[in-house]
Design a binder for this molecule. Structure first.
Ligand code: SOE
Length: 386
């Protein structure tokens, strides 16, 4: 069977999620094309050596460019911080490597468009890491919409709530620095919501937004700090250059109205990634913290049993579910990445682009940037303007 040999750049949170997906895929999807975990790359020698051993990679390196010179690597997986996505993508595609890149694709729309141009010109496969599309309950929502079971769609309302920044002493991590992260909650959390809306509802035509940075300065950490950082004792402070929360309203091409809220200041909400869709024939509600479930309401249910029903998306009738456990045996966050990688691997067998790919990444970035522009100008912005 064909195998796709992977070189991966980044070994922290997403590096672990992707490694786990590559490792587990052959066990649960034996008939899929399999990934081969060749080389993992990171800046810190000890860190990447430890990760290689723990995650199961054959080799490790601190030189990402060395991956591009090897003819035993087919695909470069980029899950390092956003500021390096563009350089690595372009070099990888020009070296003839396929590219799988974490979201958001780039720091700016201009960069993401350039990345798309290069991967298309190089004729390589390209995928962007919008993993929440791959929760079976989200895929069920998509199926119901595509089958017309919800009728004409009137509302898409989505909210991605986290609370890891409520502590004012949480350090100035890389995710709070515009030059590394591009934006804050908007590009980190809002990007997922925008992608889900594109997947479920369709194109957005115009937006108007608002955002806030509630805590403007934070302690400077002594080393690169991620999500799991604790309060810092450092007296030296630096400026937070990204949004803590961004909200916006949108119109969709099909006439639906959208509202989006992304924040890292919703005390008590660790990872509430949620949406509700209302149509002429019914509604669905999804909450990632109960990711196996979809709440479903149909207008034409008998009067005496009207109400939301809870569908557990773990039956063979549900996407990917047959490869896991017997019905009712639930799956988790890490499985969304396994499904994502199955899609990536199958795109090789079927000789097509995986979905979501860089086109979806650029579409998401267009909305992100249109919202930023609307905030700057305090007015509605059409997506066609950016
Ligand atoms: C942190 O806010 C984060 O890990 C995001 O970076 C992910 O994309 C999201 O899935 C969960 O939250």
């Amino acid at each position: 069977m064909e195998k796709i040999r992977i070189g991966m750049v980044g070994y922290k949170f997403m590096g672990k999620a992707h490694s786990h997906a590559y490792r587990d895929l052959p066990l649960f999807f034996p008939n899929s094309v399999h990934p081969e975990m060749k080389v993992i790359c990171g800046r810190d020698l000890n860190g990447v050596a430890t990760a290689a051993k723990q995650f199961g990679w054959e080799e490790y390196t601190t030189e990402w460019k060395s991956l591009l010179r090897r003819d035993d690597i087919d695909l470069i997986d980029i899950n390092a911080p956003s500021d390096v996505h563009k350089e690595i993508t372009i070099a990888a595609a020009q070296a003839g490597k396929h590219v799988f890149c974490e979201k958001p694709l780039a720091l700016t729309l201009k960069d993401s468009r350039e990345m798309l141009e290069v991967v298309e010109a190089a004729g390589v496969k390209h995928m962007v890491g919008f993993n929440y599309r791959f929760a079976p309950a989200v895929m069920l929502a998509k199926k119901l919409i595509d089958e017309g079971r919800l009728g004409d769609i009137y509302h898409f309302r989505a909210w991605f709530l986290q609370d890891w920044l409520v502590d004012p002493n949480f350090p100035l991590a890389w995710r709070l620095q515009k030059d590394i992260a591009g934006s804050g909650s908007h590009g980190d959390l809002g990007a997922h919501l925008i992608d889900l809306s594109h997947y479920l509802i369709g194109d957005i035509t115009e937006v108007i937004g608002m955002s806030e940075t509630f805590i403007k300065e934070r302690p400077i950490p002594s080393q690169m700090t991620g999500l799991s950082a604790k309060g810092s004792d450092s007296n030296e402070k630096g400026e937070v250059t990204v949004d803590d929360a961004t909200l916006f309203m949108a119109r969709f091409a099909n006439g639906a109205l959208g509202s989006f809220e992304a924040t890292r200041f919703a005390a008590g909400h660790r990872c509430t990634n949620s949406f509700e869709i209302n149509g002429s024939k019914g509604s669905v509600i999804f909450n990632f913290e109960r990711m196996n479930e979809l709440q479903v309401y149909f207008v034409d249910d008998r009067d005496d049993v009207q109400g939301f029903r809870r569908v557990l998306a773990t039956d063979p009738a549900h996407a990917f579910a047959e490869n896991w456990w017997p019905p009712g045996h639930t799956i988790g966050y890490e499985h969304t990445f396994i499904h994502e990688v199955v899609e990536l691997m199958e795109s090789f067998r079927e000789d097509r682009q995986p979905v979501p790919n860089f086109r979806d990444g650029v579409k998401c970035q267009e909305v992100l940037e249109a919202v930023d522009l609307s905030i700057e100008k305090r007015q509605w912005i059409r997506i066609s303007e950016v």
